[in-house]
Design a protein around this ligand. Structure first.
Ligand SMILES: Cc1ncc(COP(=O)(O)O)c(C=O)c1O
Length: 443
């Protein structure tokens, strides 16, 4: 009897354990199934939010402006604030807002040929990019395009080299002198002397240039690093001028007139912020100079990426659409207005913190009327040419580095080490950290 009772109890316990096990297993499997099903769902939503199948992104984009972005961390003084490079990431948020308007689809069968337009002198120039460039200059009014050849390049860095090649005689007894007034763009001496060319040679600050004979003067206006509008300084008959107008756009400076020089350089890097596309263009009057520049690009890269030109054309078209499609619901936010507002806000913040510090100073700029925006304003340059005023600070770059702020010292620009160049073009987070960090530096 007792045995029977124990047997029955054992059976009961085993069946209970089995049942509980089954129930647990069932619930667990159900949960797992639910979770597994929800993974592709979440993935799909993610993809929809951030990645369209046509877009490849090497770095994740910032959160969409509408989402509640996590609060920026308070500056504990330990984060390195890198404002050395002029990487134009500050426009990223604008282009994110544009969403699919700027998306370009290039099917596999397209852009196979080396040639874009074999009838054009610049045979690797995509017609739609050329058309967009002309329309944009006409809209902004910053350069004359009539009677000019357009030469496209892999960034204006390649075009500077193509121009130096084209403008230097190949039968001269000594290399052509190349100068620029200090403080000059720090890449100029490096680009000019990189290959130790027999055709041209860096001769330094244009203000100290006394050598007889022909020369090339590089004029950057507005200037990188100090933001001032510039003209030639050597002013001799044998001088050949290259005007680098990378920053002659209405978010940085008033557009006072349409530039009308022999050879003018522009780039999408600083006009729209698409530095990664590596597209620049030259407006050049002289056909022979254009031909030689084209020859240079032919021999160095056999043309310029069609994919990048097509993307560049699309970006420029979207910029223009925001001005020309009046009343259209598809019309996006004005790019130059966005850029201007952001630059103005940043310069105000920087000036306020610099004034309060009493350790630094910034250049002052005259007011100018902008024909494009019909507004009178002082330039808000892409870089701040910051001076360490304290007598004991001779090495401004080193001083800021000791506060974990990375800048580029004045010597790189042919100037004094009491100055540094600070990029104003970085993402919001970096710029805010810069302001916070500077506000904590006291005499
Ligand atoms: C004055 C100037 N010219 C040319 C360039 C090079 O531009 P890209 O990215 O088109 O090569 C820069 C970039 O900083 C610049 O500041």
């Amino acid at each position: 009897m007792a045995l029977n009772f124990f047997l029955l109890l054992n059976i009961l316990i085993v069946s209970l354990a089995l049942n509980v096990g089954l129930i647990v297993k069932f619930v667990f499997v159900e949960e797992r199934l639910k979770t597994e099903q929800s993974i592709p769902m979440a993935d799909a939503q993610e993809k929809h939010a951030h990645i369209t199948p046509r877009t490849h992104m090497a770095t994740p984009p910032p959160p969409p402006p509408s989402s509640t972005a996590p609060a920026e961390p308070e500056d504990d003084g330990q984060i390195v604030v890198n404002v050395d490079h002029g990487d134009p990431t500050m426009y990223e948020r604008f282009w994110l807002q544009m969403g699919d308007k700027t998306t370009v689809v290039i099917p596999g069968w397209q852009s196979l040929s080396y040639f874009s337009d074999a009838r054009n002198l610049c045979w690797f120039l995509e017609p739609e990019f050329a058309e967009a460039v002309i329309r944009l200059h006409k809209l902004v009014g910053n350069a004359i395009t009539d009677g000019r050849h357009i030469v496209v390049g892999t960034g204006s860095t390649q075009l500077i080299q193509a121009a130096l090649y084209a403008l230097s005689p190949d039968n001269a007894s000594e290399p052509m002198s190349v100068v620029s007034a200090a403080p000059f763009f720090s890449s100029y001496p490096l680009i000019v002397d990189f290959l130790k060319s027999g055709l041209y040679k860096w001769e330094g600050d244009a203000r100290d240039f006394t050598k007889e004979g022909p020369y090339i003067e590089l004029i950057t206006s507005p200037n990188n690093p100090d933001g001032y509008a510039r003209e030639a300084v050597v002013r001799r008959n044998e001088g050949i001028l290259i005007h680098d107008l990378a920053y002659y756009w209405p978010q940085y400076t008033p557009i006072s007139s349409a530039a009308d020089h022999e050879l003018m350089l522009f780039t999408v890097s600083k006009s729209t912020g698409h530095a990664g596309s590596r597209i620049g263009w030259t407006l050049v009057k002289d056909r022979e100079v254009a031909r030689k520049m084209i020859k240079y690009i032919e021999l160095s890269t056999i043309g310029v990426s069609k994919d990048s030109q097509i993307r560049g054309a699309k970006i420029l078209q979207v910029v223009m659409d925001s001005y020309t499609q009046v009343g259209n619901s598809e019309k996006g936010e004005d790019f130059f207005e966005y850029g201007y507002n952001l630059m103005e806000k940043r310069w105000k913040q920087l000036r306020a913190v610099v004034k309060q510090s009493r350790l630094f100073s910034l250049p002052e700029f005259p007011l100018g009327y902008c024909n494009f925006s019909s507004r009178t304003f002082a330039p808000n340059p892409a870089f701040a040419w910051l001076k360490c005023e304290g007598e004991e600070i001779e090495d401004c770059e080193g001083f800021l580095r000791s506060h974990k702020i990375l800048t580029r010292g004045g010597e790189h620009f042919g100037g004094s080490s009491k100055y540094v160049r600070v990029s104003m073009l970085d993402r919001e987070r970096t710029f805010n950290l810069l302001i916070q960090r500077l506000s904590k530096i006291h005499p």
